[in-house]
Design a protein around this ligand. Structure first.
Ligand SMILES: Cc1cc2nc3c(=O)[nH]c(=O)nc-3n(C[C@H](O)[C@H](O)[C@H](O)COP(=O)(O)OP(=O)(O)OC[C@H]3O[C@@H](n4cnc5c(N)ncnc54)[C@H](O)[C@@H]3O)c2cc1C
Length: 416
């Protein structure tokens, strides 16, 4: 290893690719390494929403309270892949502990707020720097509620959003139907975020970042990481199937598989696959152009370049399990319930694995006990939103900067 060697970023999803861009801009020579083409894993099929006002971690008491009902309803927003249960139990125990600890929940809120402020700035800069303008639209976003009780349960979230300075408007059912024509008459409330931004093609965003990275002198290599060369507390090389690549520093950004790599490096990343699905339809009678989410159902309807994407819900599972395609069928049912007049032929369906740590906070920053290894994984439902901010934070740490106190909640060393 020498200072002439590149920084190797492992994983070319949205997180790794955005990190490679940030490091390149900071003046590093960077190699982006992936066993597949950039953007083909979880970053391919998300709902495309920059969820900059998600300010409460999902590991919180109210999620825990609603778990029994959610888990017994196979058509609900959250389910378990039953054969994975023994594998999931330790993660679930850690999740319960985090959700019940006021200090952990507070750390989640503090770090999410700090990350979201950074993410807003970072996306605006990256859209400009990488010429992504045509792939993003600021049409607003609309959350819709099927009961007054569900709307009232958003009280804390709205308080935090108001505290952050988010622009939003509480609307009744009729106004919600004006904002998203075709919405079912049973919707009683909505929250409209006029500045909501979404991408109309999440895969193309990664692809464009990767293209710009190469044009600006970065190297993209194909290879599965199998090990690391070490000299004391420094990693000196990354081993792929047929060779060893010298590295000045390494960033682990391999999504759900990151835990397999951190184990090789001697620290823990207890990630599960929070599986989500999407269905693309060529819609008939689509009359809205902003993302709409019924949060009680855990999904988004996002108008995209190639049709309407219905994306979301959660199925907790161990890695490498076969998909449960009935979860995708369910998305079509949700479309019929929420937009009864919108029909359309199904174009494709997809499954993705959100990389999720038990406290629902990502791990961003320097790895424990290692001098030149950095982490950026565990972005769960927010990987698109937080990718550019994560990249900038890694670049700042690599320059020797100590991150502000608010980011202590995302320290990768918290799992030992
Ligand atoms: C249905 C659904 C809807 C979503 N909607 C949104 C949304 O609207 N907004 C939002 O912000 N987020 C959303 N998300 C979450 C977001 O998509 C993820 O958080 C994000 O894609 C994770 O990105 P990543 O780069 O960490 O992982 P990935 O995209 O999975 O990339 C990891 C990469 O690492 C590579 N890799 C793994 N192991 C190795 C190895 N050993 N060697 C080499 N390469 C390796 C893989 O091949 C892969 O390319 C959604 C997710 C789902 C499933």
């Amino acid at each position: 290893m020498s200072d002439q060697d590149p920084v190797i970023v492992v994983g070319a999803g949205i997180v790794g690719t955005a990190t490679a861009r940030a490091l390149q801009r900071a003046g590093h020579s960077v190699t982006l390494l992936d066993s597949a083409e950039p953007g083909r894993a979880t970053s391919f099929g998300n709902a495309g929403f920059l969820s900059l006002d998600s300010l409460i971690p999902l590991a919180r008491p109210s999620t825990l309270k609603s778990l029994p009902k959610m888990l017994t309803d196979r058509t609900g927003p959250l389910t378990l892949h039953t054969p994975s249960l023994p594998w999931l139990l330790p993660w679930m125990a850690r999740f319960a502990l985090a959700a019940l600890s006021p200090a952990e929940v507070q750390k989640g809120k503090d770090s999410l707020k700090a990350l979201m402020i950074e993410a807003d700035i970072a996306w605006k800069a990256e859209i400009q720097a990488s010429g992504l303008g045509e792939l993003f639209q600021t049409k607003g976003a609309l959350y819709v509620y099927e009961s007054e009780a569900a709307f009232l349960a958003t009280d804390e979230m709205r308080g935090l959003q108001a505290g952050k300075g988010t622009d939003f408007e509480i609307v009744d059912g009729n106004r919600a139907r004006e904002l998203a024509p075709g919405l079912s008459p049973h919707i009683v409330r909505g929250i409209h975020y006029p500045n909501g931004t979404h991408t109309i093609n999440p895969f193309r965003v990664v692809e464009t970042l990767a293209e710009r990275f190469t044009v600006d002198g970065g190297t993209i290599l194909r290879g599965r990481v199998r090990g690391f060369g070490r000299d004391g507390n420094r990693v000196t090389s990354v081993q792929i199937t047929d060779r060893s690549l010298p590295a000045k520093a390494v960033v682990i950004a391999a999504g759900r598989a990151s835990g397999e790599l951190t184990r090789l490096l001697g620290f823990n990343a207890p990630l599960v696959a929070e599986r989500g699905y999407h269905v693309m339809v060529a819609p008939d009678n689509l009359r809205f152009d902003l993302p709409v989410s019924p949060p009680e159902r855990g999904l988004f309807f996002t108008p995209m370049q190639e049709g309407l994407r219905i994306a979301g819900t959660v199925e907790l599972a161990a890695p490498h399990q076969p998909p449960s395609w009935q979860r995708a069928d369910l998305l079509i049912k949700h479309l019929k319930d929420i937009f009864p007049g919108v029909g359309g032929a199904e174009q494709s369906r997809w499954i993705g694995e959100r990389p999720t740590l038990p406290d629902y906070r990502p791990a961003i920053g320097r790895a424990p006990r290692l001098a030149n290894v950095y982490c950026s994984y565990g972005h769960q439902h927010l990987g698109l939103t937080l990718a550019t901010a994560s990249g900038r934070l890694i670049a700042r740490q690599m320059e020797g900067e100590t991150l502000p106190e608010a980011f202590v909640g995302v320290d990768p060393g918290r799992f030992g």
